[in-house]
Design a protein around this ligand. Structure first.
Ligand SMILES: Cc1cc2nc3c(=O)[nH]c(=O)nc-3n(C[C@H](O)[C@H](O)[C@H](O)COP(=O)(O)OP(=O)(O)OC[C@H]3O[C@@H](n4cnc5c(N)ncnc54)[C@H](O)[C@@H]3O)c2cc1C
Length: 331
């Protein structure tokens, strides 16, 4: 079919179908739902596809509707919506979850944005520091939340400096910890000091695109982030996980809260089959089989990390093995 070249030429007739049930705005008429994150950040939900949903239903219904295109009407009697969503997630039938989309407005430190941008399956539109001066917002963790480098995990830091004990000034170790944590905050304040020079140099005519390059990564940036539900669940799984950095975890937690009333069945199924589930490798299944036959529960792997991960999993499952060894010896 060719496009009409003359505005007077009528196009094909468009059938405008009235919905079977009356539709409601899933965001209740709000322009944004916003959650504050840290002192200067926020995560705001701006839009949802579908924004209009049948009254009395949730956005989960769009997943169900998409799935029924592939399964046909016949399944309607067999599956309830909740059951169908659970079936889809359990069996990784993911495309119906791509039919729902969320658009967020996020203000986050640049170091968080660097981790976030790795999720390539979203569409992003970021504030440009080539066009505009960056506002003076800096992420500074509270003194009592400054984390130490973990000895076991090179990427992580979970334990905080013992600053409260240091305030009393009793134990020398605690005093050192307080001093180190305070020194870290002083270092961040020094770095913040460069902001005034950035402003001054931009004022004197240095291009904004160059003036910004001396700014620290604890400054805030902003973007619009649009992602489908399938990949949003993936983002939540990766960034709510304790292996993710605490600062991005705070945003993932905010995202989970914002979505909880929109997609309750999907989040429930995600929690049951993904978030709080556990995958067993072939070696792990063999370890269970050996253990059930009276042998050791120890994983037959030369990789110490893999063995430690299996120990954590088997403890969660309540399996105990008197023959199992720890790095320190047999327990
Ligand atoms: C705790 C943690 C530590 C990390 N550490 C590091 C690190 O040290 N260094 C580092 O570089 N990154 C690191 N990352 C980032 C990580 O490797 C991923 O890039 C990030 O988590 C995004 O995941 P993703 O690729 O699954 O997401 P998305 O980019 O959203 O992709 C979703 C899925 O789409 C598919 N997909 C997307 N793009 C492609 C493609 N081009 N080709 C084929 N399939 C594609 C894949 O199946 C992918 O899983 C870390 C992430 C976490 C959570």
């Amino acid at each position: 079919m060719s496009l009409p070249t003359d505005a007077a030429v009528p196009g094909p007739a468009i059938a405008r179908v009235v919905p079977e049930a009356s539709l409601i705005d899933c965001m209740g008429g709000s322009s944004r739902w916003e959650v504050k994150v840290h002192e200067h950040g926020f995560l705001a939900l701006l839009d949802v596809m579908p924004r209009l949903i049948p009254g009395g239903m949730t956005v989960d219904s769009a997943v169900v509707q998409a799935a029924r295109v592939s399964y046909g009407q016949g399944t309607r009697q067999v599956h309830e919506d909740r059951g169908l969503i659970r079936y889809l997630l359990r069996h990784r039938h993911t495309t119906p979850f791509e039919m729902v989309e969320f658009k967020f407005h996020v203000a986050m430190p640049i170091f968080v944005a660097r981790q976030w941008i790795r999720h390539r399956t979203a569409s992003v539109n970021e504030y440009s520091a080539r066009y505009s001066i960056l506002p003076d917002r800096f992420y500074v963790p509270p003194l009592e939340a400054i984390r130490k480098q973990s000895a076991s995990n090179r990427q992580g830091g979970e334990e905080v400096f013992n600053v409260l004990a240091g305030v009393g000034g009793e134990a020398p170790d605690a005093r050192d910890e307080l001093r180190t944590a305070e020194d870290f905050l002083a270092y961040l304040r020094d770095v913040e000091g460069y902001y005034a020079r950035y402003l001054a140099l931009a004022e004197k005519g240095v291009s904004r695109e160059l003036a910004r390059i001396g700014l620290p990564v604890n400054m805030y940036t902003e973007w619009y982030w649009k992602c489908d539900l399938h990949n949003t669940l993936r983002f939540l799984s990766l960034r709510l996980d304790l292996h993710a950095q605490a600062e991005i975890r705070a945003y993932a937690a905010a995202m989970h809260s914002l979505l909880s009333e929109l997609i309750p069945y999907t989040l429930e199924a995600w929690r049951d089959y993904e978030w709080e589930s556990m995958r067993l490798s072939r070696l792990e299944i063999e370890a269970v089989q050996r253990w059930r036959a009276g042998g050791s529960l120890e994983l037959e792997s030369s990789n110490a990390r893999e063995r430690a991960e299996w120990r954590a999993k088997s403890e969660t499952l309540g399996f105990t093995d008197s023959k199992q060894t720890t790095p320190e010896g047999t327990r």
